[in-house]
Write a protein that binds this ligand. Sequence first.
Ligand SMILES: Cc1ncc(COP(=O)(O)O)c(C=O)c1O
Length: 282
Amino acid sequence: MSKVYLNGEFLDPEQAKVSVFDRGFLLGDGVYEVIPVYDGRCFELSGHLTRLQASLDGVRMKNPHSNAEWEVMIDKLIELNGGGDQSLYLQVTRGVAPRDHVFPEGVTPTAFAMSNPLQAVPEKYKTQGAAAITLADIRWQNCNIKAITLLPNSLLKQQAHEAGALEALLIRDGYLTEGAASNAYVVIDGSIYTAPKDEKVLPGITRDVVVDIARSNNIPLFEQAVTEQQLKDADEIWISSSTKEVVAITQLDNSAVSDGLPGPVWKKMDALYQQYKQKGAV
Ligand SMILES: Cc1ncc(COP(=O)(O)O)c(C=O)c1O
């Protein structure tokens, strides 16, 4: 039986209860993190905890725990859930208060965590890549905050799913921002391009690793947004996220990207990423 964490307690999932007046439930007023766990150890934990703090600051919410407290709680939850490979989810909402758009005073945030077995990246993504469609980026202006308010992302991802695609690649003002649940990259003439870290994209932790790997291995990488046309003409397209790692997009809007197979730069990046995962260093 797996355990979840709620406000200082480790509970069976069915015992973990939150008030209907929690602002996460009524207003989507909360932020979250998803952290991969390999062999019982969190991958890039400090990056995730730093981003959690940035998201909390972005919505003017108090962090219910110090990083040291998060780490102790996380270790215990991973152990209670049997170690190995897990997908760890952390969520903080502003807490329980009478419904009002204006922030309540003196309310304790609700802290929640759960973990599930980490699904291995399907082999077919490695050998064949995956499909994506382009859609208009209908999200808000603060996509750098990892907010639980995911209705636009969910609508976009559902549209991709119904089109038989893994991901929706989002276009804002003529430029590629990112995926509905991933960062995006294109390769043009051997150079990697990914949108800069600003309010239009989530600062992905996997993206940080990809950027570091590229820099330390002299693979040219530019933190520069590409146009929709450059995306359509790209030699390679990739997405990245904590649970999917780096996946080559080989079909875009029902057309093959180059020869329709994962390209050479992706192959190099994936090999280096797997090495990084093993060693925990670039
Ligand atoms: C919109 C969006 N961009 C990027 C990412 C990738 O972030 P990370 O690499 O930290 O998982 C995610 C992850 O879920 C996401 O939802």
